[in-house]
Every structure is written in C-alpha cells, then in structure tokens.
Design a protein around this ligand. Sequence first.
Ligand SMILES: [Zn+2]
Length: 359
Amino acid sequence: MPQTITVKIKLLPTREQVEILTKMSYEYISTINTLISEMVEEKKSTKKTSKHLDSFLPSAVKNQAIKDAKSIFSTKVKKSKYKIIPTLKKPVCVWNNQNYSFDFEHIYLPLVLNGKAKKVPVRSLLIDKENRNFDLLKHKLGTLRITKKSNKWIAQISVTVSNEYRNGTKVMGVDLGLKVPAVGVTDNGNTKFFGNGRKNKYVKRYFRKKRQRFGKEKKLHAIRKLNDKEQRYMKDQDHKVSRSIVNFAIDHQISVIRIEQLTNIRQTARTSRKNEKNLHTWSFYRLAQFIEYKANLAGIKVEYVNPSYTSQTCPSCSKQNKAKDRKYKCACGFETHRDRVGAMNIRYAPVIDGNSQSA
Ligand SMILES: [Zn+2]
C-alpha cells in the first residue's frame, strides 16, 4: 500500500523573499477563511475560480486556496452539520506539484514580484550533507507547503511512496545494540559496523555529570536545555547510522533488511542491555523507524524478525556457544567476530506476521 510522508526542507530565502513569503502566507489563509465563510453563508460549495479572487496571489496558488477551502468545507463544515467552522490562524502558503520544481540547491516556485507572478529560485537545504532527502526525487510528489516554524522557513513536501520494492532476494540482517549501535551482515557475509557506541557512552556520561552539577545548583532551565541538546545529539546519531545502513544496503543490492522485533529486544536479557531498559527500547525503536523510513524510500523492504535465536546460536549449526573475548567459536568449526553473530542469525530468522513494528 502506498504511504504518504512529509519531507521537511529548510529554506534560506533572501530578505526580499522573506517579505514576499510572509505576505503570501497571510494572504493565503485569509483567502481560505473568506471562502469558507461565504460557503457557510450560502450553505453550498463555491463556484468561484481564480478569476473571481482579487488577491495578489499567483493564479496557481489561488486555485490551490480554492481547492483547500472546498475540501475544508466538505470534510469539516458539512460533515459537522455547520457546527465546526474552522478558521485558519497559522500563516501558510501552498503550491501544487505542477507549480514547483527543484535542483540540488533550490526550490523554484512562482512568487509575486512587483505585481507579477514569476518562478524564482529559493535556496534550500534539499540535499543536505547526509543526503537525507535524496531518495525523495524518485517518488510521486504532492503539494508544497511553506510556513515559518520558530523563526525558520520550512518547506513541507508531501511524497507518496509506492511500496514497489526492488527485485531480488538479497537480504541483510541488522543487529541493534549499545556497544556497537548497529551491525549489518549481508547474505554474502559482507559486514559493516555502524555508529560509535563508545563515543555515545562517553557523551551520555558527560551529559549526566553536567546534569548532576546543574541539579545541585538547582539550575532547572539549564537542565532542560541540556536534555534537549542530548536528545538532538542522539537523534542526529540515529539519522547518520540509519543513512549509512541504507547506503550500505544499496551498495550491496540488498532488497530486504531484517531487524529484530522491538518487543523482543525488550525481552532479550543481554548483559549490556539490562540497565535503563525502557530508554534503550525507545532508542532502538527510533533507530528502527529511521532505517525503515529511509529503506522504503530506496525501495528496500524492512522485515521484523522473531529472535528465536540468540547471539549465542551458531549461524552454521544452531548449537549454543558462549563467545570468549572477541571470538565466537563453535565445535562445528564455525568461528567469527562475536558481534557479527546476532546480525548473521537475524538474516534468516522467522519474519513476524504483518511485518509491523509494535511500540
Ligand atoms: Zn556450529
């Protein structure tokens, strides 16, 4: 089933463009509010076209405003039998997918300059250094909404991702952990370790120490700011790790990524995961979500598996063994780095029905 997602892109408009965008987004919502109140008065949908509207918006944007107003009227006002009459308060301006385009550094869209609509480039961080939105270019694009959020101009593009997965049968198992944030092993045995668990531990300890100090000094505001900063750091790490996992999968023509099902991660009593279990469960969940999101955009399916294995199960003969030091050895002759074993087993573990992650 296709899914619609919103991709957020930071814009870097010029001072002149800021002025125009501000004016247009106020005009856009006031046009919609006027149309809705007219329709409420007449008790029927409007027949107006862009010609009937005397706002300075480009006609493409006027048409979008009429479409939005009609949709609000039929889905909210009429359905509630005129009990709910919404008034838009947050300034926003919307363009449909035939009216904007982009390249690697700009979004091109019609703005009104000196009374004339003209397609102009607005600088954007569409393709940032992690290539977060790169796969977006390949899918069906919907409307573009521009709005201001905490003093930053943001473009929200709705993207319909058809779940047309790539052909092929190549599988990669991904094991999530603390010591190593993620280990990926392909069915050919190609292995990659993602993220830096030691650094994360160090950063967490740094934040904890600082928090304790602020706690003694009763600096509550400083603690809150510190927590936000830590959250941002961890989230950014998850973005980077998931990006590299998906890139690695693309490089190796993987069509399915398998990850341990979350509820089972919670039950897995690996020594390193005993403490702060809920917190870790949440961070595994977020990382899994990021992987799934980026993988889907690249046409790679994500499947959740039942860990009927443990990281002690021999991937070759299923015997249970304890790893000594960094080496995992089995009587059958199989041996490997201990941190690969989990991901190797995940590759061929039973896939959970419905294939969805439950929180
Ligand atoms: Zn064995």
